[in-house]
Design a binder for this molecule. Sequence first.
Ligand code: PMP
Length: 367
Amino acid sequence: MSIETLVANLIRPEIRALQAYPVGKAEGMVKLDAMENPFRWPQEMVSEWQSLLADCALNRYPNPVAPEVVAGLREVMEVPEQYEVLLGNGSDEIIQLLAMALAKPGACVLAPEPGFVMYKMIATFVGVDYCGVPLKEDFSLDRDAMLAAIADKKPALVFLAQPNNPTGNLWAEDDLVAIIEACNAPDHQGLVVLDEAYLPFSSRNHLNWLDRFENVVVMRTLSKVGLAGLRLGMLFGRKEWLSELDKIRMPYNINVLTQASAAFALKHYVVLMQQCEILKAERTSMQQKLTQLGFSVFESEANFVLVGAPESATAREIFDALKQENILIKCTDGAHPLLANTLRFTVGAPEENSALFAALSRILNAD
Ligand code: PMP
């Protein structure tokens, strides 16, 4: 039997139908595609960190509960003592843990769309149904459609990213509450994950919703605040949920170098937050300049801005022309019907944003 036939016989058809998560080549480019923080640390901080790393014992397994990281997170994120903290290799791993734990046969994962693609991909990985509920045209939540889908599909797990990726906006609080309550009703129970990946750039924090709702957990990450390379995500929630999820976490999922680096970075969190403040100011100026260039600019509480292309060029043309100029953004056109002819710009450092606007002016002949 040929290897192709063997693979086709053995690998689940829904896995064979998947496309791997796309990561474009970006060497030498101005990288405004992946919501990273563009800033490095000040040199004295780098030197201190390097000497810490020199003391890491790579011959030993990491501490399975990463106590220094948990303590640092509790402090900077003001997590009340009564809640537990679960760490993942990025919040991607936490999404996977949640899906694995709730994936009873016939279970369903539900999320508004357009949304973060890993919710759907991970549902497929673990073999459960996925239901995407379209947002309204202005990217607000379609409360009626969400409640109808919840009544129909009875999802075990609902993801609500606040701010949402790729749209960048926050949703009305009463819509969120209606969804959470519909998932803790006599006829249906589901766990709602409030995904606060972009919290450092947002005006709303949902940590105290853990007090209000038994069926809510809050997920965050250090990726957007400046530590995408470390891979550290976290889940905050009641002990009853987290102690179950912890049973399926790989014992050493947070490696020695990540633990040392994250604990160090959390002690210097103020440096990262200052960088985020610069990015928030850059976001405002980016939105103004994009508007001046004729883009339709959507509101954003994140470190990226979603836009509709101006009349003079399509999203795809602008994406290709920027790539020619060594600037990488995200072409969201085609990712979802509501994203037709749109682009997503990650907010970069001031000099990167200047390079972007110089290139956009050339491309759109706006000089
Ligand atoms: N949630 C949302 C909404 C995201 O946009 C992302 C990253 N793009 C993640 C979670 C995953 O982040 P990480 O795995 O880097 O923690």
